[in-house]
Design a binder for this molecule. Structure first.
Ligand SMILES: [Zn+2]
Length: 137
């Protein structure tokens, strides 16, 4: 499946520092790749509205990688439906996503010294929940 995205690449959504460091394979199924393409469509629109660079710190996670980073077993990262986003201005990014809508979950995460925004798309055939959550650990 070949589809073009303006701002995001499959490689960026598959790349994981933890996977590289620990030698954990992070290879998606064809179904997951299809979901990652839907996710990139969404992220492209967000990026267009935001108007500045957005970095993906975590996209797809294989079950082994998800366990290694302490993700929930139900995480949408396992399905290729979620990405963790980092920018210079997370508050602005959150506002842009909320205004744009169409997301399943938007989670402001503040873990240790790190901050990022988790955004997910709904599975095909289910309307997006538009849920906004805050997680501080
Ligand atoms: Zn996440």
């Amino acid at each position: 499946m070949e589809s073009k995205h303006k701002y995001f690449s499959l490689a960026e959504l598959l790349r994981s520092e933890t996977a590289e460091k620990r030698g954990i394979p992070n290879v998606p199924s064809a179904d997951v790749v299809a979901e990652l393409h839907r996710l990139m469509d969404y992220l492209d629109s967000v990026r267009e509205n935001y108007g500045a660079p957005i970095r993906v710190s975590s996209g797809y996670r294989s079950p082994a990688l998800n366990a290694a980073v302490g993700g929930k077993p139900t995480s949408q990262h396992l399905k290729g439906q979620a990405a963790d986003l980092v920018t210079d201005d997370l508050k602005k990014l959150g506002n842009v996503i909320r205004r744009f809508g169409g997301f399943d979950q938007l989670i402001y995460e503040h873990v240790g010294g790190a901050r990022w925004i988790h955004v997910s798309i709904a599975p095909e055939g289910r309307p997006p929940r538009g849920e906004v959550l805050y997680i501080t650990k």
